[in-house]
Design a protein. Structure first.
Length: 568
């Protein structure tokens, strides 16, 4: 009896202490040598981006997404959710982005610090998910940590994290990585529930950002390496002595992707219907833009300097530049295929980059830019994999065994960390950001335009005591913007500055010239109508013309309040 009682007591104590022992084992595994490096990387990443919590909104889309959006300002409501799924405001259909902002405003208000902090935590989470993905795919902790560090600290990724409007980038990448992790679980266990989870996270990610439409093709790459569900065998040698791979795969590999490919086709259709595509650009220009951007992003990965929030689209492409880009891309693709037998990670990484960057390479042009730092957030992962897995193969065996990843990490990541830390500071407010963009490219007409509008906001909001100085600064940037690229907003700014300078005839001439050059600009018609209707000078006051221009403005498009300075 005593023995039984003691045994019962012992078992009860064991059952009581089991969770604690499990927790101890988990902590031990977390802080093992293999994973401690990753936690160090996460801590550095958090420290790198935490200063953005003291940054302000950027007057470039942040108003549209948050502080000037009436549906977001009301928090999470049924009306707001319905609007999020119906609207294509800002030229994109991404309902879950709007809803994520609504939830934050509902819980914590619309303080920019909180919204910035959410982006930072999502980026830190993406870094951890990326490490877990490649660690589970390859069981190589050090190389996976190097990929994660490059991803976390690369300067080209600062834009995605430090810009509130780029919530769609960090949030969609979270679903991208979760989809890959659940797909890996499905491949290992072959359970329908795992596959449905993978499909569900993929569709959810597409509701955040349609860039995920290329993910089914990336899954095929994962099936090649490291899963090896698709095997690249040596094919026949052609007459030049070149051997290209012969592909063998089970039918289930393709069948797994069919539902995702159908969903991708649907989201591609929705995106094309809703996005504000620059239809005036010929297809030859778009193809040239695609080749130039594919090569330019590689250069930016190696030498991330002179980064900018916007890279204005050039009026034409130099043929020599395009030919050089095509040559580089052709050689890289050829080498990736040739090395697919001996170094399959090169094939995997290069085509991950190519597949994910082509949809955002300008083949479907959107906005005034021809490329953007934020478009590299996912594509660079492929190139980082090539770097992390190639480094030990380029170093002699004994040296590679002793300091392969440590030396590679120091050489690759520390300079990136320094550059990123400096660039994060440039995002503290709109003026600092666009002044940096103008320093990187003095002919950046968008940066001049934004600095002009920033000066006018100070004048209109009474935040500047030096009225004449700010007016002169606004006029200077407006003239530089118009000289670099005479778009409709340049004439709007110049005309309104003339009004502030008490020069109504000059303002009328600028508005009238702008209307003749850009007859479909609602803003120009609106400003001209207001001047003709409200000015007391009978030589300028023309009621009939004012009504005509006002009707034209209403017919062309809706004037969104807050898109431009609140002109009186």
């Amino acid at each position: 009896m005593n023995t039984t009682g003691n045994r019962h007591t012992f078992n009860s104590e064991a059952n009581w202490s089991a969770p604690i022992l499990d927790l101890v084992h988990v902590l031990q595994s977390m802080f093992s040598r293999a994973h401690f490096t990753m936690f160090f990387i996460l801590a550095i990443t958090l420290a790198l981006y935490f200063p953005v919590t003291r940054h302000a909104f950027v007057n470039f889309d942040d108003g549209v997404y948050v502080y000037e959006n009436p549906f977001v300002a009301r928090g999470l409501t049924l009306e707001g959710i319905e609007w999020a799924f119906r609207t294509a405001q800002n030229g994109m259909w991404h309902p879950l982005v709007w809803i994520s902002f609504m939830v934050e405003v509902q819980l914590w208000g619309s303080s920019p610090g909180i919204l910035h902090l959410t982006n930072v935590w999502l980026h830190v989470g993406n870094t951890l998910l990326l490490y877990l993905l490649f660690f589970r795919l390859t069981a190589c902790s050090n190389r996976s940590a190097l990929v994660a560090a490059l991803f976390a600290w690369h300067p080209c990724h600062v834009e995605t994290v430090a810009w509130i409007s780029e919530r769609k980038g960090v949030l969609s990448t979270t679903f991208w990585l979760i989809t890959l992790l659940t797909y890996l679980k499905y491949v290992q266990r072959r359970k329908l529930s795992d596959y449905l989870m993978s499909l569900g996270t993929f569709i959810t990610g597409c509701l955040v950002k349609p860039m995920l439409v290329s993910l089914p093709f990336v899954l095929l790459l994962v099936d090649v390496w490291p899963l090896k569900r698709i095997r690249l065998n040596r094919g026949k040698v052609n007459w030049k002595g070149t051997c290209f791979p012969a592909i063998t795969y089970p039918r289930t590999v393709l069948l797994d992707k069919v539902p995702m490919l159908l969903a991708s086709a649907l989201f591609c259709y929705i995106s094309v219907r809703t996005q504000e595509i620059a239809d005036f650009l010929p297809m030859s220009y778009r193809v040239a833009n695609m080749f130039a951007v594919l090569a330019q992003y590689i250069k930016m990965m190696i030498l991330p300097v002179n980064l900018s929030i916007v890279y204005p689209r050039p009026e034409y492409w130099e043929p020599t530049l395009i030919l050089f880009s095509i040559s580089v891309l052709t050689v890289a693709s050829y080498l990736a295929i040739r090395l697919s037998f001996s170094h399959p990670f090169v094939f995997f990484g290069w085509f991950w980059y190519a597949i994910t960057v082509i949809p955002v390479s300008g083949i479907v042009p959107i906005g005034p830019h021809y490329m953007a730092d934020r478009y590299t957030y996912v594509p660079y992962i492929g190139l980082f994999v090539v770097l992390a897995w190639a480094f030990p193969t380029l170093v002699p065996g004994r040296l590679a065994r002793s300091i392969p990843v440590a030396l590679g990490a120091i050489l690759c990541t520390v300079p990136l960390l320094i550059l990123s830390s400096s660039y994060v500071g440039k995002w503290r407010d709109s003026e600092t950001l666009f002044a940096h963009a103008l320093k990187a490219d003095p002919n950046n007409y968008v940066a001049n335009m934004q600095l002009c509008m920033s000066a006018m906001r100070k004048l209109l909001n009474g935040k500047s005591t030096a009225y004449d100085f700010e007016l002169s600064r606004a006029s200077q940037h407006a003239l530089l913007s118009a000289a670099a690229r005479p778009v409709d907003v340049a004439y709007v700014n110049l005309g309104y500055i003339a009004e502030l300078q008490k020069k109504p005839k000059k303002a009328m001439l600028l508005y009238d010239t702008g209307v003749r050059l850009f007859p479909e600009s609602a803003l120009l018609h609106f400003r001209l109508a207001r001047l003709l209707a409200c000015h007391p000078d009978p030589r300028i006051h023309k009621g009939g013309e004012a009504v005509t221009h006002a009707r034209t403005a209403c017919d062309l498009t809706e004037i969104y309040e807050g898109s431009y300075p609140e002109f009186p």
